[in-house]
Design a protein around this ligand. Structure first.
Ligand code: NDP
Ligand code: GDR
Length: 357
């Protein structure tokens, strides 16, 4: 029996970490994840794949660690002896990065350097061939230089988060070229899902729609509604991460849908799904504005399509619908019976509950 491949994931408790874990477990990997010690459980998104560490040969093992703690990162790499490392850990909220710039840069920027250094030493000492994935972001493009943005578009970061991601990107390139590491940068445009953190705009909207329908919320406070993003489905995007590490040569890839929509357009689709008008519920709150905004992101996924054979499988309207439906299920407005839920069937249920006047 060949040994299963072993993957180590930072940020395993996040949106992408949870989908990537599912994908790798399906592919027969032994998965190891780094989690932060917290005073309450932070493993909601991976609880359904959790395995008792006392069982023989668990396929999923969690290790306490932090990107701020290089010693522990080294120890975990030594212990796990991974074939692939996916560095997804980050303080990933752009607005919060303006409030906590030093912490954000330490985790996102220097944290990546700590991991690369630990990997370099491990690889040089053991001669092990380890493949490394760096979670880069479309935020690195920042102020528009050209559209659509591709692997050759210059970066112009507009937040502490984005500056730290640019640093991490170039360190990854530098370690690849200096030490012959198999290291890839994914430049991923926004990707969403029912597991998206509740303070990112898409999930904030879909959660509010469900809560408004259920009578649990009256208003939704938002910032800039004119920003445009290239929004895809997170499950598709973690497949791209894995594909990058299966190629003959390490390289950098843009992962995007090639389409862009405004926050307003997201609002339109999400509220229309339950026959409401967003204008009746949304209020402006300047606290959600950023000191510098990224106005327009639209990615060119041509290289990933040609070299990785990657394609997104979910359209923008489908993405909005699946997120609203998941939040309607979470508040108990529609049942979770595994059947496809259309906009019409949502409206039937909502109307029958007399929630729409
Ligand atoms: P999330 O915010 O959902 O998850 C972030 C993960 O990082 C969580 O597991 C979090 O742990 C962990 N984390 C936070 N701080 C530390 C730290 N100091 N040390 C170790 N782990 C830490 O992000 P996503 O899943 O959406 O994104 C994954 C990665 O991809 C991130 O690096 C993000 O910046 C990047 N990215 C995301 C995009 C998107 O649209 N989603 C687009 C492009 C890039 P905890 O659960 O304990 O908070
Ligand atoms: P982003 O995502 O900054 O693109 O970063 P976010 O959903 O936070 O913002 C998208 C756009 O919506 C506008 N907006 C609001 N945003 C939030 N969060 N809350 C609001 O109330 C609100 N109102 C309007 C924002 O100004 C912005 O223009 C995400 C993160 O996942 C990053 O980690 C990742 O790198 C990038 O996507 C690609």
């Amino acid at each position: 029996m060949p040994q299963p491949k072993r993957a180590l994931i930072t940020g395993i408790t996040g949106q992408d970490g949870s989908y990537l874990t599912e994908l790798l477990l399906e592919k027969g990997y032994e998965v190891h994840g780094i989690i932060r010690r917290t005073s309450t459980f932070n493993t909601d998104r991976i609880d359904h794949v959790y395995q008792d560490p006392h069982q023989e040969h668990p396929q999923l093992t969690l290790h306490y660690g932090d990107l701020a703690d290089g010693t522990t990162l080294r120890k975990i790499i030594e212990q796990v002896q991974p074939d692939e490392i996916y560095n997804l850990g980050a303080q990933s909220h752009v607005r919060v990065s303006f409030d906590a710039p030093e912490y954000t840069v330490d985790t996102v920027g220097v944290g990546t350097l700590r991991l690369l250094e630990a990997l370099r030493d491990y690889q040089q000492r053991t001669n092990a061939a380890v493949r490394y994935y760096q979670a880069g972001s479309s935020e690195m493009y920042g102020l528009v230089q050209a559209v659509p943005q591709s692997e050759t578009t210059p970066f112009y970061p507009r937040s502490p988060y984005a500056c730290a991601k640019v640093y991490a990107h170039w360190q990854t390139v530098n370690y690849r070229e200096s030490y012959n590491l198999f290291a890839c940068n994914g430049i991923l445009f926004n990707h969403e899902s029912p597991r998206r953190g509740e303070t990112f705009v898409t999930r904030k909207i879909t959660r509010a729609v469900a809560r408004i329908v259920a009578g649990q919320q009256k208003k939704l406070y938002l910032g800039n509604l004119d920003a445009k993003r290239d929004w895809g489905y997170a499950k598709d995007y973690v497949r791209a991460m894995w594909l990058m590490l299966q190629q003959d040569q390490p390289d950098d890839y843009v992962i995007a849908t090639g389409e862009t929509y405004s926050v307003k357009e997201f609002l339109d689709l999400a509220f229309n799904h339950v026959n409401l008008k967003w204008e009746d519920y949304v209020e402006f709150d300047p606290r959600y504005l950023r000191p510098a905004e990224v106005e327009l992101l639209i990615g060119d996924p041509a290289k990933a399509q040609a070299k990785l054979g990657w394609q997104p499988s979910v359209t923008f309207p489908e993405l909005v619908a699946l997120m609203v439906n998941a939040d309607l299920q979470a508040v108990g407005v529609i049942s979770n019976n595994g059947q496809a839920i259309t906009s019409e069937s949502v409206l039937d249920v909502v109307a029958s509950r007399q929630l729409i006047s």
